[in-house]
Design a protein around this ligand. Structure first.
Ligand SMILES: NC(=O)c1ccc[n+]([C@@H]2O[C@H](COP(=O)([O-])OP(=O)(O)OC[C@H]3O[C@@H](n4cnc5c(N)ncnc54)[C@H](O)[C@@H]3O)[C@@H](O)[C@H]2O)c1
Length: 438
């Protein structure tokens, strides 16, 4: 038995804070409220629907994850967020056009009540966006302090006992860790000096960690994945994870690629292209924001296929990813993959995937699962980077120079074993019980 601290019991209300109240955040909030009212089911959420086997197969113990681990129930969730666009959650959800009026209208009273707080926003970091609902401050430190005050105020306003934060804001421009990201002192000095390496999403992450609130980054930009915040999170006892929700084409890729590799089938090329017409697509039409997305999408295959171990199979793989902004599609993205594989003696074969996908429908349950599991982590006294939550991300945040695991099935295995251990149960190896006898 692995000895870990048992999570403290869930008590009171858990506030889910979302910087960004666009398509993903409002689909998540409206979805939770629909489920609470018995109007819909939480498909796609493992915390709501998945069971977990405990002990031997013959023991017949398969509780729901949420029951085994005393996760916060949906009835105890509250919501608050920030956005430079002043629309309340109902207007924002209507504009996003993800959920139909049939789903939204019955929730109008509830959704109108969730109004975004003024955002820490700067067009330098999201070029194709503007809005009036923004904070004014003389430097980035003052903005971060404003966010900290918002967090404290909204916890009181909502009568919550604790909070988690999930970044659902737009994709910011591509930044790489600089001197200001190497230590807490350098970051704090950088905020005072308005260092251009410090983006708004980093200010939200800083505010969350300083307030002792777990933070997840749902977008591909640099937000908390650097040494200063990894250290700050450990010092404040805060769990961190990221980045970029694993939905759509990358979800498919991390399901298919492990299968080809398991069967030792080679891959000569993988061409992925997609069209999408929501605001996220418009923002990704800016080359700087696209670069952030391109980086998180491209690393996936190399990490799963390990061409250094299997050069004959994967060394020459040509991998290309394209994202095209195409307004008529709105949130109903279409992603095509052409995969050129080869088998026995090198004979070529082709696979075509055409995924008519709904981005925010795939992302919303991830926001819910991350909020509940980060809260669980915090209650179990875990802090720093939570690699076991890699399952939810395109580009998992790992600390200490480790290599990220992208294979969805290994990620899932690890997630479930972590949950077993947190519940005081044995991890499962899937070896047969009488293995040693033969
Ligand atoms: N939809 C998906 O399947 C999916 C998958 C992976 C990642 N993501 C990422 O999730 C994020 C949200 O996606 P979306 O479809 O909801 O986009 P969206 O454009 O509908 O919503 C993003 C919202 O963030 C707001 N925003 C921008 N900068 C902000 C700031 N500094 N503070 C507060 N709010 C800010 C925008 O005004 C907008 O309302 C994007 O970064 C996207 O790349 C989405």
């Amino acid at each position: 038995m692995i000895d870990v601290r048992k999570p403290s019991p869930h008590e009171g209300k858990l506030l889910v804070l979302t910087p960004g109240m666009g398509a993903v955040a409002t689909t998540f909030i409206a979805g939770v409220e629909s489920v609470r009212r018995g109007l819909a089911k939480p498909f796609g959420s493992i915390t709501q629907l998945q069971t977990i086997r405990l002990g031997r197969r013959s023991d017949n113990r398969q509780p729901l994850i949420r029951e085994l681990l005393d996760l916060a129930p949906l009835s105890d969730l509250g919501f608050a967020g920030w956005d430079p666009i002043a629309d309340d959650a109902f207007e924002a959800a209507r504009r996003a056009e993800v959920l139909s009026r049939d789903h939204l209208d019955p929730l109008a009273d509830f959704l109108h009540g969730i109004k975004p707080m003024p955002a820490a926003f700067d067009r330098e970091y999201v070029k194709r966006l503007d809005g009036p609902n923004v904070k004014k401050a003389k430097n980035k430190k003052e903005l971060a302090e404003g966010l900290r005050q918002d967090i404290r105020d909204s916890i009181v306003r909502e009568g919550a006992s604790r909070a988690v934060m999930v970044w659902c804001g737009s994709t910011e421009i591509h930044l790489t860790p600089a001197a200001c990201h190497q230590s807490i002192e350098a970051f704090e000095a950088g905020m005072l000096a308005n260092d251009p390496g410090i983006s708004p999403s980093q200010l939200y992450a800083y505010a969350a960690i300083k307030e002792g609130i777990p933070y997840a980054n749902g977008a591909p930009n640099l937000s908390a994945d650097f040494p200063a915040f990894e250290r700050l999170a450990l010092e404040h006892g805060v769990p961190l994870c990221g980045k970029d929700f694993k939905t759509g084409q990358t979800l498919m890729k991390t399901m298919l690629a492990p299968g080809f590799k398991a069967r030792m089938l080679g891959i000569a090329g993988w061409f992925s292209t997609n069209i999408l017409g929501n605001r996220d697509g418009e923002i990704l039409d800016d080359p700087d924001s696209f670069r952030a997305k391109e980086v998180t999408k491209s690393g996936v295959l190399d990490s799963i296929l390990e061409p250094h171990l299997y050069p004959d199979l994967y060394k020459d793989l040509y991998h290309k990813v394209r994202i095209n902004y195409y307004p008529p599609r709105g949130d109903a993205k279409e992603g095509w993959d052409n995969i050129d594989i080869f088998g026995w003696l090198g004979y070529p074969m082709q696979i075509k995937v055409d995924f008519l996908c709904r981005d925010s429908i795939l992302a919303a349950p991830l926001v819910l699962d991350l909020a509940l599991l980060l809260d669980l982590s915090k209650r179990a006294g875990r802090s720093g980077v939570q690699e076991w939550l890699s399952f939810f991300f395109k580009s998992p945040h790992v600390a200490g120079g480790h290599v990220a695991e992208h294979d969805l099935f290994i990620q899932h295995f690890r997630l479930k074993n972590t949950l077993r251990v947190l519940a005081g149960e044995e991890p499962i190896t899937h070896l047969s019980e009488n293995f040693a006898e033969f």
